[in-house]
Ligand binder design. Structure first.
Ligand code: 5GP
Length: 321
């Protein structure tokens, strides 16, 4: 489900998505809203209130809701078998769908700014009063949407927004395939991470992550190290970033550990296991240096009470970028 405030461009994003993804089927809604000038005849099934109510009373809708004095409804989906159904609806409708299909995914599309959204609405012929009412309703849609899903895409650049949504769809399909595979294999392979109210996604999929590292142990170590660094970055925002490396990916979840895994999947956070011989040589050098320093300290009058120097510190470790 694609949700978001009116005028944010859900319709355009949805059309572009189905145009490039034959496995995605866009449901056509019914509405009592009059057709806008220039709006395609098949944008909706345009009906009057009586026809809508009659269809609703006959159980013809999967969900229906009132939006700014007009009724909107999704007929029972009837796309080609095997296709994924895409709904472009409001938050109230999305809630009803989640009640019936808790496995559905909700993606919230938001405008870069309210001014931008206002301009879009004015540009398509809505009058000033209507724009104001829609803006107010839009804020409620964003707030309701944020409470409903962690999957938020900013429609700043249309191509980028379509790519972002398509990326989420791809990940969900991949996760679904993995879950289907995992169900028939060992359950422990299906590492899962809760994402949002209804979705349980390992995102990126575990197989993608294991492709990037040499062991599960490294994945856990690198992931938690980067998650700590990302967390430190967020904590230090506005105070000068120093050596703290900011997130290297645009994350859909925004949670440090998810960002870390997304970085690993994207090859932005990497770990190279040191060559054992080189590592041993480095260690021998360090030990020799320490021994030399200790001998110097003893020669200079004894320094047994002092702590040895700390070599390296906790913030270092796997490099990002
Ligand atoms: P518009 O009048 O701008 O086309 O749509 C107004 C709002 O109704 C938008 O947020 C749109 O996503 C939503 N909407 C469109 N179709 C449906 C539907 O079938 N059900 C629900 N609940 N909302 C819909």
């Amino acid at each position: 489900m694609l949700i978001g405030p009116g005028g944010v461009g859900k319709g355009t994003v949805a059309e572009r998505l189905v145009a490039r993804d034959p496995g995605l089927w866009l449901s056509r809604s019914w509405t009592t809203r009059p057709q806008r000038p220039g709006e395609a005849d098949d944008a909706y099934v345009f009906v009057d209130r009586d026809a809508f109510e009659a269809h609703r009373a006959a159980g013809g809708f999967f969900e229906s809701a009132e939006f700014l004095e007009n009724l909107y409804g999704t007929p029972h989906p009837h796309g080609p078998s095997g296709s994924d159904v895409l709904l472009e609806i409001d938050v109230e409708g999305a809630r009803q769908v989640l009640d019936r299909r808790p496995d559905a995914t909700v993606i919230l599309l938001v405008p870069p700014s309210l001014e931008e959204q206002e301009a879009r609405m004015a540009g398509r012929g809505d009058d000033a009063e209507h724009v104001a009412a829609r803006l107010q309703r839009g804020r409620a849609e964003v707030e309701g949407g944020q409470a409903m899903t962690p999957l938020v895409v900013v429609n700043d650049d249309l191509d980028q927004a379509v790519d972002d949504v398509a990326g989420i769809v791809a990940r969900i399909r991949s996760e679904r395939r993995a879950a289907q595979g995992a169900a028939s294999q060992r359950p422990s392979e299906g590492v899962r991470m809760a994402q949002g109210r209804n979705n349980t996604l390992m995102d990126p999929p575990i197989e993608d992550l294991l492709d990037k590292v040499d062991s599960k142990f490294t994945l856990v170590a690198l992931g938690s190290m980067r998650a700590r660094q990302v967390n430190a970055y967020y904590n230090s925002l506005g105070e000068g970033l120093g050596r703290v490396v900011p997130p290297q990916v645009t994350s859909v979840s925004g949670k440090p550990l998810s960002i870390a895994f997304e970085e690993i999947a994207a090859g932005k956070a990497t770990y190279t296991r040191p060559d054992p011989e080189e590592e041993a040589a480095e260690l021998a050098l360090l030990e020799a240096k320490e021994a030399e320093e200790t001998a110097e300290a003893i020669a200079a009058g004894g320094a047994f009470g002092e702590q040895p120097a700390v070599v390296g510190d906790d913030d270092e470790g796997p490099a990002a970028g």
